[in-house]
Every structure is written in structure tokens, then in C-alpha cells.
Write a protein that binds this ligand. Structure first.
Ligand code: NAD
Length: 511
């Protein structure tokens, strides 16, 4: 796409957004329904494109990408009204009779730049949030997953409002040209290196960014743990999509005596998953291209793998590979592997594992395998990462009530479900005051004196009062109860007083 054309596309998307077309909820719902329809009707084409791009099996593609997108669409459709409703907040004494709430409004035009490893999920999940929040969005899929990118460019305009949600394809230069334009938010998924380029470009226009980046996600195996189950889960997470998953366990940390049994369990699991020759298994993928194949091959240099290690350049094939006793400062431990190599680094125990993790960049995910609650608590409390899954890998990604994102070098800002909607909305502070009860406000106006000033201070320093429905029901119930008690007390007193009078009367009568 030429520079001029790109500019026009962006300009048109801005104009249609400004026209207010995307604001009504029925428009957003219609777009979400259309997206759902597209995924359903064109699933075979999408799965075929993924097969061509990354040699991923149709079952894995359905499990790893399509279901996740569909879940996001269904959730957004179900919850749209709730998400977009004004959100009342607590008030202080001064504003107790006013309306104070957060009004969620669209940001405007969002640029979504996706990566190649899950080309549909990484562009469409942010798009679902952008649509739900009432934004326009320019979608830029990765040029590396070329078939998916082309198909997305063909399909999206057939189903969605093509002026509001245009697709721009192309490589680095097209991405950079796009980044020259002014957007209201940039949602980028990819490497930390390019994340910096994106943030620099965004800074020129003070555009906020969400950066979904990568890094090395550690996986600690504690000595109190069901090794067979742990290794099955780790093997799946590491080698699915041929290791090209941002939250794949990057390396294993365990005590030296666990190393051999761990390798043995992984060996058995690999045999169960892919048979004796993973290359011929329909469930095992390939590196996305020669460049990535060469990069991953380079990381293996100088090691004698304990499992796997076979390669075939003509197919970008690297077998599931496990490396033992990897030195903590080796090249393999410096950069994100993003391929089917699983190094094992030994540590003396939980304490050293924690120091090991904390001495490095903050990871996107942390995995802890242990049946000891104290160890789990300690590891969660004494480390940091974008997300954690205990006794499994990657599963926190699938629960869209949890925010998904990185911290530090692994990214900024999180998404999924309502979190995407919130991320791509402006949270506008609204206070609707009444013009009545001016006497309460007089204390803040000049001319000031010490009495007025202390009254004003008292009013402004008042604690927040939660007037949400629950508190309101409690307050009303408590008032009714108090009034009821008061009335009962009064009646008792009256009866007592009545009896007393009667006694006095009869006493007087007989006397
Ligand atoms: P990539 O090469 O496909 O790049 C991503 C996007 O950035 C593409 O659309 C590309 O056109 C654009 N781009 C590339 N170079 C650019 C430049 N110099 N200027 C402007 N735009 C540029 O993807 P990748 O970076 O190889 O993706 C792999 C990385 O992404 C890994 O580090 C992985 O961990 C990370 N990742 C993170 C997540 C997440 O959710 N946090 C998900 C997937 C991948």
C-alpha cells in the first residue's frame, strides 16, 4: 500500500469515527456478530492459511486461536451493555447528593499491529475490544504470516464496516509509515526491540500504547510435585506451535537431582505426543521461516542435546530438543528462545530460583510446579511477572476474566475480556452537581476567615461514602430497624405509663 493510500485510509477511518457511526451499541453489536459470522463461515480457509504459514495442525489452530477469539466476541456481546453503563463511584460529604460516575467513551482511532505466531488471535482479540469500546481501528497483521495476512485483508472488509476497520498489509516500511500517522492508541504485539520503535513513534504524538511483548518465561519445578503430570504439561506448552508462543515456558529451573527424572518424563511425553519421529507427526509444527530457523539453530551451537537436536533446513524443522546443565550466563539464557529448545538450569532450591528470576528482566509469565502451598505463596510474593500459572503452563491466558499482559520489558498494559474494553476506552470522570444547597459550599468562597476555612477543610477531608446499591439497601434496612425499635420502645413506654396511671387511679378510688 502506497504512503498516500495509507494516509487516506487512516484519514477516512478518523472521519467515520468522528461522524459518530460507531457510538450506538447496536452498531457495535452488529460488527461483533459479523466478525463471529466471518470466523464461522471462513474457518476452513483460516485454518488452511495457518497451516501454510506455520504448519500448525487444524486441531491446534482451533484450540489455540479460534476458540479464544470466539470466546472474546461472545463475552463482549453478552456484557456490552454492562461494560458501557456509567460506573458510579464513592462520594464524600460535599458531593453526597450529586451524581459521581465514570463514563466510558471510545478513544478514537486505534492502530493494531499484530505478530505472526498467532496472527488471527493477536489482531482480532484487540479488535473485539476496540469495536466493543466504540473505536475505529486500523489492523496491521504481520507480513511474516503472509497467507493469514492476505486472507484477513480479503475477509474483514467483506464482513465488517470497511471504512471503520481497514486492514493495512505490508512489512517493516509499511508499519513505519503507519506509525508516522496520528492515532489515539497503538496496540502492538511483537518483540521488545520493535516495541521500543513503536513507543518512540507514539511519543511524537503523545499517543498511549499497549505493548504486548515477549521475554524469557521461567518454569520452576519444585521437589514436591507430581513430576509426570508437570512434565506432560510443560512439554505441551513448550513444543506446541513449535515453541513459537510468547508465553511458552522458556527454560526449566530445578534442583540437580530432579534433572534426570525430568528429562526422562519429557522423553516419555514426547514419544506419547509425536511418536518416535516428530518430523512425520501431523501435530508437530515448523519454524516460521529460514531466518527464525537459523536464529534458533544458532542458539543450539556448542550444546549436546539430551533429547532431540535433529534438524532439516529445507523444512525449517528442528526436533523438540532438551538441553541439560545449561550455564546461567550462556547465550541460550540471554535471549528469548521462541523455538523448540528447552534448556534446564539447576538451582539449589526455592531461594536460588527466586534470585535467578529476580536478577533477570521481568518475565511475561512465570510457571511454578509444586504441591507445597508455602512454596507457591513464597514464589508468587517474592517475584514478579506479567502473569503466573501454578501447576500448569499458559492457562492463565485462556481465562478472559484475568488481565493478560507483561510488566517491565515484557510489556505494558493488559487486555482480554473486559480488560481490553477498559484499555481501549477513555474513563471520563463525571460529577453532576446540583445548584441547590449553596450554603454548604459557601465555606470555600472568599472572603475567607479561620472559621470558614476549617469548615471547608472538614467538608473536603470527609471520608468516601459508598452509596452503591448494596450499601444503600443496608442503610435503608438499618434505618427501618432503628425506627421500628424506637416505635416499639415508645409503645412500651406508653403502655407502662398508662398502667401506672390506672394504678394511681384505682389506688385513689379505694383510698
Ligand atoms: P513480527 O516480526 O511479526 O513483528 C510484529 C509486527 O511489528 C509486524 O506487524 C511487523 O510488521 C512490525 N514490525 C516489525 N519490525 C518493525 C519495525 N522496525 N518498525 C515498525 N514495525 C515493525 O513479530 P516478532 O516481533 O518476530 O514477534 C515475536 C515476538 O513477539 C516474540 O518476542 C514474542 O514473545 C512476542 N509476542 C508477544 C505476545 C504477547 O501477547 N505478549 C504475543 C505474540 C508474540
Amino acid at each position: 500500500m502506497e504512503a498516500m493510500h495509507q494516509g487516506e485510509v487512516v484519514q477516512r477511518a478518523k472521519e467515520v469515527f468522528m461522524s459518530g457511526r460507531s457510538r450506538p451499541l447496536h452498531f457495535r453489536l452488529k460488527q461483533l456478530q459479523a466478525l463471529q459470522k466471518m470466523l464461522k463461515e471462513r474457518e476452513d480457509e483460516i485454518l488452511a492459511a495457518l497451516k501454510q504459514d506455520i504448519h500448525r495442525s487444524q486441531y491446534d489452530s482451533a484450540l489455540l486461536e479460534m476458540i479464544g477469539i470466539d470466546n472474546e466476541i461472545r463475552l463482549a456481546m453478552d456484557k456490552l451493555e454492562e461494560w458501557t453503563s456509567p460506573r458510579p463511584v464513592e462520594k464524600n460529604l460535599l458531593t453526597v447528593s450529586d451524581q459521581a460516575y465514570i463514563h466510558l467513551e471510545p478513544l478514537g482511532l486505534v492502530l493494531i499491529i499484530g505478530a505472526w505466531n498467532y496472527p488471527w488471535a493477536l489482531t482480532l482479540i484487540p479488535l473485539v475490544g476496540a469495536i466493543a469500546a466504540g473505536n475505529a481501528a486500523v489492523v496491521k497483521p504481520s507480513e511474516i504470516s503472509a497467507c493469514s495476512s492476505l486472507l484477513l485483508q480479503t475477509l474483514l472488509p467483506l464482513y465488517l464496516d470497511k471504512e471503520m476497520y481497514p486492514v493495512v498489509t505490508g512489512g517493516v516500511s509499511e508499519s513505519q509509515e503507519l506509525l508516522q500517522q496520528r492515532f489515539d492508541h497503538i496496540f502492538y504485539t511483537g518483540s521488545s526491540r520493535v516495541g521500543k520503535v513503536v513507543m518512540q513513534a507514539a511519543a511524537r504524538h503523545l499517543t498511549p500504547v499497549t505493548l504486548e511483548l515477549g521475554g524469557k518465561s521461567p518454569c520452576f519445578i519444585h521437589n514436591k510435585c507430581h513430576l509426570r503430570v508437570a512434565c506432560r504439561r510443560i512439554t505441551w506448552g513448550k513444543f506446541v506451535n513449535c515453541g513459537q508462543t510468547c508465553i511458552a515456558p522458556d527454560y526449566i529451573l530445578c534442583e540437580p537431582h530432579l534433572q534426570t527424572p525430568v528429562v526422562e518424563c519429557i522423553r516419555q511425553t514426547l514419544l506419547e505426543f509425536y511418536g518416535p519421529d516428530p518430523k512425520s507427526s501431523p501435530d508437530y509444527g515448523r519454524l516460521v521461516n529460514q531466518e527464525h530457523y537459523t536464529r534458533v539453530l544458532g542458539l543450539m551451537e556448542g550444546y549436546a542435546p539430551v533429547l532431540g537436536g535433529q534438524t532439516d533446513a529445507s523444512e525449517c524443522y528442528i526436533a523438540p530438543t532438551v538441553l541439560k546443565d545449561v550455564p546461567p550466563h550462556s547465550r541460550l539464557m540471554q535471549e528469548e528462545i521462541f523455538g523448540p529448545l528447552l534448556p534446564i538450569v539447576t538451582v539449589s532450591g526455592v531461594e536460588e530460583a527466586i534470585s535467578f528470576i529476580n536478577e533477570r528482566e521481568k518475565p511475561l509469565a512465570l510457571y511454578i510446579f509444586s504441591s507445597d502451598k508455602k512454596t507457591i505463596k513464597k514464589m508468587i510474593e517474592e517475584t514478579t511477572s506479567g502473569g503466573v500459572t501454578v501447576n500448569d503452563v499458559m492457562m492463565h491466558y485462556t481465562l478472559n476474566s484475568l488481565p493478560f499482559g507483561g510488566v517491565g520489558q515484557s510489556g505494558m498494559g493488559s487486555y482480554h475480556g473486559r480488560h481490553t474494553f477498559d484499555r481501549l476506552s477513555h474513563h471520563r470522570a463525571c460529577l453532576v452537581r446540583s445548584l441547590a444547597m449553596e450554603s454548604i459550599n459557601l465555606s470555600r468562597y472568599p472572603p475567607q476567615d479561620s472559621q470558614r476555612a476549617s469548615r471547608a477543610r472538614l467538608a473536603l477531608k470527609s471520608p468516601l461514602i459508598d452509596l452503591s446499591k448494596k450499601t444503600y439497601v443496608w442503610a435503608v434496612s438499618a434505618t427501618i430497624l432503628a425506627v421500628g425499635l424506637l416505635v416499639t420502645l415508645l409503645v412500651i413506654l406508653l403502655i407502662a405509663a398508662g398502667l401506672n396511671c390506672t394504678c394511681w387511679y384505682w389506688r385513689g378510688f379505694y383510698n
